[in-house]
Design a protein around this ligand. Structure first.
Ligand code: MN
Length: 227
């Protein structure tokens, strides 16, 4: 068995019904996510860099040996993206929109949460083929609590925003395996349903924890963080 392992889902496979169906959740977690992990482990076997977390590998993607770049991008990205996806979903959302510092940032940048949702939906609907839609803290904008600039973007395949220096706080899987059983070609309906099961508490934490993560992983390499 390799180093990278499948995280448990924090809820049952049928917990997100009717918004995301049980069969999709089970195949998605048990088969799709597991396959990314198996292929990542196979590629990293015997590599000294296998000591690193998948996020560390993705952050340093440009400097990786060429032989592991593609597997880290595809399977490492797949592992990181899905691990986050399970965590930002919940059958029992405490809230229907972001509050606290994240809520303020949304209001300041987008005017309102419904406008952010509209930008996100357009981005996700217009993304061609497989990939993910993201809300990230934009690269280089993480210095202080007041300067965490949000950005909505989509990326192809399993490309991680981390590869571009962004900090993902919310992601939506746009691969057909994530919605086809229930929604077939109706990606817009899947996107609308997604908002019913977003764990805003976790997304707010992802937004608020950026400085801690940055310090822990040495991303700022000696730069003093303002508080
Ligand atoms: Mn997926």
């Amino acid at each position: 068995m390799g180093k990278y392992t499948l995280p448990d889902l924090p809820y049952a496979y049928d917990a997100l019904e009717p918004h995301i169906d049980a069969e999709t959740m089970e195949v998605h977690h048990r088969k799709h996510h597991q396959t990314y992990i198996d292929k990542l482990n196979a590629a990293m076997e015997g590599e000294s860099l296998s000591e690193k977390t998948v996020e560390e590998l993705l952050e340093d993607y440009a400097n990786l040996p060429e032989r592991i770049q593609k597997p880290v991008r595809n399977h490492g990205g797949g592992h990181a993206n899905h691990s986050m996806f399970w965590k930002i979903l919940t059958p029992n959302p405490e809230d229907t929109e972001p509050r606290g510092p994240l809520g303020s940032a949304v209001e300041m940048q987008y005017g309102s949460f419904s406008q952010l949702k509209e930008v996100f939906k357009q981005t996700a609907v217009n993304h061609f083929g497989s990939g993910w839609a993201w809300i990230v803290i934009a690269a280089g904008e993480r210095k202080t609590k007041d300067q965490k600039k949000l950005l909505v973007l989509s990326l192809p395949n399993q490309d991680s925003p981390v590869m571009g220096g962004h900090t993902p706080i919310l992601g939506l899987d746009l691969w057909e395996h994530a919605y086809y059983l229930k929604y077939q070609n109706r990606r817009p309906d899947y996107i609308d349903a997604f908002w019913n099961v977003v764990n805003w508490k976790q997304v707010e934490d992802n937004y608020g924890n950026v400085e801690d993560v940055a310090i822990k992983t040495g991303m700022f390499k000696g730069r003093v963080l303002e508080r």
